[in-house]
Design a protein around this ligand. Structure first.
Ligand SMILES: Cc1cc2nc3c(=O)[nH]c(=O)nc-3n(C[C@H](O)[C@H](O)[C@H](O)COP(=O)(O)OP(=O)(O)OC[C@H]3O[C@@H](n4cnc5c(N)ncnc54)[C@H](O)[C@@H]3O)c2cc1C
Length: 340
């Protein structure tokens, strides 16, 4: 079967910022059997951009070459031993629907990651994380195809080089991989992660004293619906900047110079994570608007499209924010979404 190829396609509805960009060629990959033909098209019309749900991307211009939209579907339980369960989902599955399916099966592990927009295939790309959990903690392995030579490879967690909102798939500029399926190791027994104060407060407010994974997922969804702007109402890609990780001595000097600057664990005793939102807010950006490109009025980390902003305008605003944080705090902010 031949893959579906469309020419000169608007990507406005395919990115959560809702910015206009046109793909010269858009290949819709719905069936793994179409992979060889799709890869041939990518090689014929480079460069290639792999697109999932478009919720962690900013199109600052029209992407050249070919956009490959991953729409592979399917999920299955592969193995169960001593309460540990291996499940697999194709890359094009909707992440939140997949998490809901694992909960229906009575599986524990992904509940804190409920309601993150996007696809299963993109989840390992930036090691998605929320409410004290990162996806690498339940990750088993993934299958990927090299866009350059079609080689198929299985990656385990060590191969993926997971870090904070990071993996080899985000870092590597040379090799480009198309993730086709991801496997997760979940458990029948609860392994609740309630370190996040806001989550504990929400459960308490709901009168839940001994929560299971379902109650935790419901609480996470309630907090997210209350707190985060819905891309269907206002274009955004969630947090636009990562929280910078710096060495602990430097973080403590900064906190002394700027009382109130929140410091979080940095992943090792020698490091600390700084609150990017706090620094951006201190630079006066919360609620700021440059035409239709803006900073959300309740979330300094979330850049928004009030309607007709272009990706270039949002990027220009992000650049001004980065410059002001650099000048005031000497800290380089790094964007979380991929900028095309
Ligand atoms: C309102 C909102 C809230 C969010 N909250 C969170 C949050 O709490 N935590 C968090 O971590 N993220 C969050 N995000 C960011 C986003 O949801 C995640 O990064 C998500 O995993 C992106 O999935 P996607 O399918 O939309 O990826 P896309 O935006 O389509 O792609 C993102 C990157 O992954 C690559 N990619 C996508 N699919 C594949 C594939 N199959 N193979 C290889 N590369 C691929 C793309 O080329 C691109 O570089 C939020 C976004 C929004 C809009």
């Amino acid at each position: 079967m031949a893959p579906i190829v469309r020419r000169s396609v608007s990507l406005k509805a395919l990115n959560s910022f809702g910015v206009e960009a046109r793909a010269e060629r858009l290949v819709e990959l719905r069936d793994a059997a179409d992979l060889p033909a799709s890869l041939a098209l990518l090689r014929e019309h480079p460069p290639a951009l792999v697109l999932g749900g478009g919720s962690n991307l900013l199109f600052s211009r029209d992407p050249p070459g070919t956009v490959l939209r991953v729409m592979l579907a399917g999920r299955r339980l592969l193995d169960e031993r001593a309460g540990e369960v291996l499940v697999e989902a194709a890359a094009g599955e909707n992440w939140h629907a997949f998490v809901g399916w694992t909960l229906e099966l009575g599986l524990n592990g992904l509940e804190n990651l409920s309601l993150i927009p996007g696809s299963v295939g993109a989840a390992p790309v930036q090691n998605v994380g929320a409410y004290g959990v990162e996806v690498c903690e339940c990750f088993d392995s993934l299958d990927a195809v090299s866009l350059s030579d079609g080689a198929v490879r299985r990656f385990d967690a060590a191969d993926c080089g997971f870090g904070y909102r990071d993996s080899v798939f985000k870092r590597e500029t040379g090799a480009q991989w198309l993730i086709t399926a991801v496997r997760f190791r979940l458990s029948r027994a609860p392994r609740l992660r309630l370190d996040y104060g806001e989550l504990r407060d929400e459960l308490r407010a709901r009168g839940v004293t001994s929560p299971g994974a379902r109650e935790v997922a419901d609480a996470v969804c309630a907090i997210r619906r209350r707190k985060l702007p819905d891309p269907a109402e206002i274009g955004n890609a969630g947090s636009f900047f990562k929280n910078p990780v710096v060495d602990r001595a430097r973080a403590e000097r900064l906190a002394e110079a700027h009382p109130g600057l929140p410091l979080y664990p940095g992943g090792s005793p020698a490091t600390a994570k700084l609150s990017a939102a706090w620094m951006i807010d201190r630079c006066g950006w919360k609620g700021h608007r440059d035409g239709d490109a803006g900073v959300h009025d309740r979330h300094a980390l979330v850049l928004v499209n009030h309607g007709h902003a272009s990706g270039a305008q949002i990027l220009a605003l992000a650049t001004r924010i980065r410059e002001s944080v650099r000048q005031r705090f000497g800290i380089e902010l790094e964007p979380e979404p991929s900028v095309v």
